[in-house]
Design a protein around this ligand. Sequence first.
Ligand code: UDP
Length: 314
Amino acid sequence: MSKILITGGCGFVGSNLIRQIVEQGRDSRIVVLDNETMGSPRDLPDIDLDYHKGDICDPAAVSRAVSGCDTIIHLAANTRVIESIEDPTLNFEVNVRGTFNILMAARDAGVSRVVMASTGGAILGDVEPPVHEGMVPQPAAPYGASKLAAEGYGSAFSASYGMQVTALRFSNVYGPRSYRKGSAVAHFFKQALDGKPITVYGDGSQVRDFVFVADLCRGILQAIDANVSGAFQLGSGKPTTINELLTEMKKVVGTGRWPDVNFADWRAGEVRRTYCDITKARTGFGFEPATPLSQGLEATWQWFLSQVGDTAKK
Ligand code: UDP
């Protein structure tokens, strides 16, 4: 039986991924290392797993969790772009040193495969989309730099120590279990639930690539099964402006409950337009993000409503 360590397993992507592993009936023992900043094992009540509360910045905790595993899915990270501009040191410690700790422990324990969450837009900076793996990285914020450094160490450990390292460059992931996320879809739904206004930074023309979490998790598992290495973009492959996103979200929430939308100044350091070309993931391991935005938003809103015990949709 395979033994898979998932760092950040209590978080948004991790908790969805663990459910998908269980639903697929995979012959895998799941180990989780999580510091509980973005979730808790209470969010995975029905799942049989080996749980380690601990931080990826603590090499001893990492070694304990890695012991006996053949595969690591490294999701734990500090993911906020604007916060990384305000506090680049914390971002560095978690994303660079934390990933380095994971790779060292993997090397020392003879782990054969590490799959790590990375990012497309933030690594590449303000370039003309669609972004793809062949582009020269030019991060515009410390977050992108930290992920680029992590990918660099992954590549070096792969070449130097014979382990297989794959960097999956996630686009903007949304879906159920994102309650603790500050990202656009989660934040806008929470504002709608609370009856508070939404603030759009800029005029809403900024473009992102919104991928449904179940599609993304299928991609992660496909990448593992296909034994690929290197970097791959995982997104919907489709551009959506924030204004278009808000129009779709309003349809799902209903006009009666839809809050006011205010427009504020652009935030410094933000990428204006990014979406990705997913050809490499499609041909490399059959990645197919099939969920339309409207359907994914509906599933996400229903989950948010279920969290507040509210079944009245509109
Ligand atoms: N955004 C916004 N208001 C919010 C949250 C996000 O206008 O309350 C915008 C944000 O400025 C960005 C886009 O939505 O242009 C996506 O933001 P998110 O933080 O989800 O992802 P990222 O900027 O890291 O791609």
